[in-house]
Design a protein around this ligand. Structure first.
Ligand code: GLU
Length: 369
């Protein structure tokens, strides 16, 4: 355990801890979390808090409204967010800052870099960043959707050493502990694969939050591939936080990859979203480092979706095998035009003038995984 050596941690706190009965916010469970944050900072560890709870905290202000109505939910989030931030703020004698993000912000490289700069600047000035999804402006296309995955994206952006995800159970069990008496807690997970997802079960919808164990595993997968120690712990008991501070593992520890992805590759792989697909012939070799040079229009079998210059695309084989995610230097319209050219010489000359189809920046090789 490397706890005393953590330079920076991200802690994710869910709605059930903040607004246990959806009657505004309660500091009942937050006190031990706040204490943990204070002690981390006293030990020289920088902390970023990812806090849910705006929707849950705002719910009681809309007694007559249909809670599942999207417009009502957004209004609940807007009203609850101020109360949630105020509740946290009261627990600290140092300043905190509100950061509201959407997936559209995180997947745009320029905005992502700006988010990183803001986080670092806040931390350098001993201010606690409190991050939540900007629920009032999101649509299905724009949102991350759950704060587990958001916390992993934030942990990567913040170059954190550890991500601590607070849950309502002690960690990941080999089967659902609510249904099986003999379910066993996994103390350590070395590698996240389908068997780990199978233990987590399906997504849990409803209740006061959005995620379930599955989104926590997705978050862990994102974080460990960036070299971040990830823990799922029981956020309802003070013991979990005391154990963490003592360098002990109170829940499930997901071990970080020995060879973490570079920041820009990780962003492409785990944060950026493909806006379209380019289907290539079988002999495109994704394992080569010069992917940008080798994708030419003669390899392209089909172009799917609509994308603009600079958007992320997924390059895959006809059989569905995913090869790389990369930034496209061509729009889907132009790529369709050039890929459908009968005149190969024209196509070659066009590409020579216009440049490589995919940019050599931030290419994430999906085949090597
Ligand atoms: N952003 C949502 C909120 O503040 C929570 C999302 C989640 O539960 O993961 O209510």
């Amino acid at each position: 355990m490397s706890n005393p050596n953590w330079k920076r941690v991200v802690i994710k706190v869910g709605s059930a801890l903040i607004s246990p009965n959806q009657q505004g916010c309660s500091s009942h469970y937050l006190l031990s979390i706040a204490q943990f944050i204070v002690r981390c900072r006293a030990n020289g560890t920088q902390v970023v808090l990812v806090s849910s709870g705006s929707v849950a905290a705002g719910a009681h202000l809309f007694p007559e409204q249909e809670k599942s109505d999207i417009a009502v939910k957004k209004a609940m989030a807007a009203a609850g967010q101020t109360e949630m931030i105020a509740t946290w703020d009261r627990l600290f004698d140092f300043p905190s800052a509100q950061m509201l993000l959407t997936h559209a912000d995180l997947r745009d490289r320029e905005r992502y870099v700006s988010i990183r700069e803001t986080i670092f600047s806040l931390l350098d000035n001993n201010i606690l960043p409190i991050v939540n999804e900007n629920d009032t402006v999101t649509t299905d296309k724009l949102k991350v959707g759950d704060n587990d995955n958001l916390s992993a994206m934030v942990a990567s952006a913040a170059e954190a050493d550890a991500l601590i995800i607070c849950s309502d159970i002690d960690g990941l069990y080999d089967k659902n502990p609510h249904e099986h008496d003999d379910a066993t807690l996994l103390k350590t997970v070395d590698h996240i694969d389908e068997s780990v997802y199978a233990m987590a079960g399906g997504a849990v919808k409803g209740g006061v939050g959005t995620g379930g164990m599955r989104t926590k595993i997705e978050a862990a997968e994102k974080a460990v591939s960036h070299g971040i120690d990830t823990y799922i712990i029981n956020g309802f008991t003070e013991l979990s936080f005391n154990m963490l501070l003592n360098g002990e593992n109170p829940g499930t520890h997901f071990k970080p990859h020995a060879k973490p992805m570079q920041e820009n590759v990780h962003w492409m792989r785990h944060t950026s979203n493909a806006q379209g697909e380019v289907i290539v012939e079988g002999d495109f070799d994704a394992s080569l480092d010069s992917n940008a040079d080798q994708l030419t229009s003669s390899e392209i079998v089909d172009v799917k979706g609509e994308f603009s210059v600079g958007d992320t695309i997924l390059v895959r084989k006809e059989d569905g095998t995913k090869l790389v995610k990369a930034k496209s230097n061509y729009s889907s319209c132009l790529l369709n035009f050039i890929a459908n050219q009968e005149n190969e010489e024209f196509a070659n000359e066009f590409e020579e003038k216009t440049g490589p189809i995919i940019s050599d920046q931030h290419i994430a090789n999906l085949e090597k995984e």
